[in-house]
Design a binder for this molecule. Sequence first.
Ligand code: GN1
Ligand code: MG
Length: 376
Amino acid sequence: MICRLMKPLTESAIALARDQFAFEGIYVADRWIGSGRINDTRLVITIGPTGHIYRYILQRLNTDIFTKPLEVMENIAKVTEHLRKKCLERGGDPKRSVMALIPAKDGKPYWVSPEGDFFRVTYFITGAISYDEVDDPKVFEEAGRAFGEFQRDLSDFDGESLYETIPHFHDTLSRYETFEKAVLEDKAHRAKKVQDVIEEFRKHKQIAVLFAELQQNGTLPIRVTHNDTKLNNVMIDEFSGKGLCVLDLDTVMPGLSCFDFGDAVRYGANKASEDERDFSKVGIDLELYEAFAKGFVSGLEGKLLPAEIDHLADGAMCMAFELGLRFLTDYLNGDVYFKASYPESNLDKAKVQLTLLKDMIAHEKEMRGIIQKLNR
Ligand code: GN1
Ligand code: MG
């Protein structure tokens, strides 16, 4: 997985890609949008004959990471079709509530450039906001509801029909082994100076072992999950304030609901951002945590088993641990996976997750209490 190999996208490559898709109206402008760490994303604006403005998202998929892009697209097509059906059954508006792919002019839901770059286009949902950070518990509760409803709507979807787009994505124990391998190989000659951080991570391996056991002994069921539940992957309706649509379906795969919950919490209920460099600001915001839990559990409408509810707090700790491990592994490997904005950025991000994990452990009782209270 060598993200760095993806060449920067030039304006002429973007223009060529843009021309391949069947947009409505005439092209007006496009610009970079979003803060994803993997794919490259442009907002494209067109105008129709009556002056109507259309907005689209043009994306280059990172094929060093998603090595089988056609399988990613097939998963997305199946899942969105299912979600659309559910939305219509409820009398909802799938145009605003379900991500929709726009075909290329040749009818395929993607276009591959002469350089082998893989592009796709989706509608941009207007009148909705995606947040990188949130202070308002109501907004975070709505994000929780949207991710909960997403799992609810996929609870009767056949997970076996999905490809595993990134194998072992949330297999924290395997992430741990990859981390130890990176320490041993020490490709970027950075291990020595971060020995203390490495040791700190080693102390928390137990959380990964716990989830491996819970999965193996069947305590936690495998569901169809999103697997990348960052706050900015959900659109919130600008007018009603309601969670509207879940985006970024590249990693929809069989997984654990505790991890969708946990990944969202470790990102959105951190008092500081994922990129914070002042680690004293990092910690779990229990008010935001409670809000997300409330939305998530109610969005799932009783579909969560008691064992899953019991392990939601552990899921948050496990995801902070896992992401911390992934950032540190990438730092040790020489920043080849995540886009690194400055030389130590992956190390700093690893420290943020570690600090967050330790703060969650310090507040473990409160975190469990909040979930129990909800469940009463
Ligand atoms: C990546 O691309 P983005 O920002 O949605 C990553 C997630 C991490 C996240 C950390 C496919 O997501 O797993 O949680 O960065 N996605 C992939 O910011 O590895
Ligand atoms: Mg993503």
